[in-house]
Design a protein. Structure first.
Length: 161
């Protein structure tokens, strides 16, 4: 039996890189870092960003600019824009990846599974039949077939305009 190798070069940045001492969802007002941060779209009160450490290829997130931790803390306008962006993400992912399904949701609080509980964010994850292979089930490993930068380059034009 030959040895299998999984290639996920972006994980090394997370493992060895400095850990932020500020909220990763609190964006600067300027757009200079958007490509580096994988920001796909900026709206009036919310934005779309790719997950740098995805569960699956094309894993997107929608977050309000304001640093709030609960859905009930959003204004009506923020709620409307966040949900509109979640809908837009679903359409973009269907067009770009043709997934068999999509998981979309959020976790409120650390006990509910929120990795970053202090800043509300929605997860939108494309899914394919069989993507929960033995690797994910037994090895707690995800196989991401496309590099993050390639995915960004593919998705960014779908959010422009």
């Amino acid at each position: 039996m030959s040895r299998q190798v999984l290639w996920a070069p972006w994980r090394l940045d997370y493992i060895l890189g400095p850990k932020p001492d500020t909220c990763v969802f609190c964006l600067p007002e300027t757009t200079e870092e958007d490509e580096e941060r994988l920001v796909l779209h900026r709206g009036e009160s919310a934005y779309v960003i790719m997950n740098k450490f995805p569960y699956n290829n094309g894993h997107l997130m929608v977050a309000p600019y304001r640093h709030v931790s609960c859905l009930t803390d959003l204004t009506e306008d923020e709620s409307f824009e966040v949900m509109s962006l979640v809908r837009r993400c679903v359409g973009v992912l269907r067009k770009a990846f043709n997934p068999h399904g999509i998981n979309a949701g959020f976790n409120l609080g650390e006990a509910a599974g929120a990795g970053i509980a202090a800043h509300l964010h929605f997860q939108i994850v494309p899914r394919w039949n069989g993507d929960n292979s033995f690797m994910a089930v037994f090895g707690e490993t995800s196989v991401i077939p496309e590099h993050l930068r390639s995915t960004y380059t593919r998705l960014r034009p779908l959010f422009v305009g």
